[in-house]
Structure formats: structure tokens, C-alpha cells
Design a protein around this ligand. Structure first.
Ligand code: GDP
Length: 202
């Protein structure tokens, strides 16, 4: 119910940030979304907020990668981190992005939780593990969200869940509950909304 109410409010794009100096004032709680490019992050944010086209996939390797801030009601920022794991991204781009990500994750007082999106077909990859380790050292609690659930069968689901649980067990900042979602079918969206609303009430 609280999740429904929170996300009934309009979500508004605030700004895209390329440097720490551009961050909006830390005047409310925020949560962030991370994941490999093409994991379904834009689709998930659009499904959560009920706003088509709010988050856009910016999948061109080497493009300026921004941290995008959205308001969700007056008390919460949703933060869309750039997708990672491009095979061909130029090294300077990767390094700049890693530096900004580190600064953001370790320096943002109001950041309450990170949601690390993992494609249900692929499970946790080494580059996801890298982000998880960064979240560990930054002491940012993170929760794993499996995406594109509609693309796998029940038997595969059990297999990927086992793999993901194994990966999470290695990370001190991991929150144990895994959220299963399909932006396409709407599975898990209400659950995720409720989890986010719950963070606001702690
Ligand atoms: P991003 O790069 O992480 O922002 O990924 P997008 O949200 O742009 O999604 C990448 C591709 O996966 C697009 O073709 C989406 O239509 C597709 N996709 C995203 N979520 C789902 C889902 O839940 N189910 C299915 N079947 N496809 C999805």
C-alpha cells in the first residue's frame, strides 16, 4: 500500500551528473540502480515509476555517461547509474566513470540502498562482482534484482537463484532477499515499490 502511494506520485527527471560537483543537494533519501548495460535498468525504472521514456538506455559505448537523478515524491531520489561492462568502452571513459562511481558511493550520506540488477538469464558476472565489492568497501547495502524473469523457465530460475545466492554470500554489504522482476510482465514491480517505500519509513 505504501509502495503504491509513493509511486502514484509523479517521477521527475532532475539532472544528469558527470562530476561530484554537479550532484543535487543531499536533502532527501536516495536509492540507486546499477547493472550491466542492457540488463533492463531503464525498463525497470520506467515500470517502477509508471513513466514510459523516463529513463533511457544510453547504450553507445564511449558516450558521456551520466548519473541521472529523478525525484519520486518530495522525499526520495531515484538514481540511475550508468550501465557498466561494455566490452569495447575506451579505457579513459571506464576510468573516469569508475572514479565518479567510487566518489558517489562512498560520499553520499543520503544513499540508503543500491539495487544491483542482474539478468535472470545470465546470473552474476565478474563485472557485477566488482560493483558488489565496491559497494562492500563503500558500506552501501545492496539488494539484487533479477530482471527479465519472463525469459527463463522455472527450472532455470532455481539454478540462477542458487548462483546469485552463492555470489551474494561473498559480499558483506549484500541484503539477502533477491527480488525477481519482469518489466515486461510486471512481475515483482509492486514488491520492489514496497521495499523502496519501506526504506523511507525506517
Ligand atoms: P538498460 O540498458 O539496462 O537500460 O536496458 P533496457 O531497459 O534498455 O533493456 C534492454 C533490452 O531488454 C530492451 O530490448 C528491453 O526491451 C529488454 N527488456 C528489458 N526488460 C525486460 C523484461 O522484463 N522482459 C523482457 N522480455 N525484455 C526486457
Amino acid at each position: 500500500e505504501t509502495g503504491r502511494l509513493l509511486f502514484a506520485r509523479e517521477s521527475i527527471f532532475v539532472k544528469g551528473v558527470v562530476a561530484m560537483s554537479g550532484l543535487p543537494p543531499a536533502d532527501r533519501l536516495e536509492i540507486c540502480f546499477a547493472g550491466r548495460s542492457n540488463v533492463g535498468k531503464s525498463s525497470l525504472i520506467n515500470a517502477l515509476t509508471g513513466t514510459k521514456g523516463l529513463a533511457r538506455a544510453s547504450n553507445t559505448p564511449g558516450r558521456t555517461q551520466e548519473i541521472n537523478f529523478f525525484t519520486q515524491g518530495p522525499d526520495l531520489y531515484l538514481v540511475d547509474l550508468p550501465g557498466y561492462g561494455y566490452a569495447n568502452a575506451p579505457l579513459p571513459v571506464v576510468e573516469k566513470w569508475q572514479r565518479l562511481l567510487k566518489q558517489y558511493l562512498s560520499g553520499r550520506q543520503t544513499l540508503r540502498r543500491a539495487f544491483v540488477l542482474v539478468d535472470a538469464r545470465h546470473g552474476v558476472k565478474p563485472v557485477d562482482e566488482e560493483i558488489m565489492s565496491l559497494l562492500d568497501t563503500s558500506a552501501v547495502t545492496f539488494q539484487c534484482v533479477l530482471t527479465k524473469l519472463d525469459k527463463i523457465k522455472a527450472a532455470e530460475r532455481d539454478k540462477v537463484l542458487t548462483q546469485v545466492r552463492g555470489a551474494l554470500a561473498k559480499h558483506t554489504a549484500a541484503y539477502p532477499e533477491i527480488v525477481l522482476t519482469s518489466s515486461e510482465k510486471g512481475d515483482g514491480i509492486a514488491t520492489l515499490r514496497a521495499i523502496i517505500a519501506g526504506l523511507l519509513q525506517e
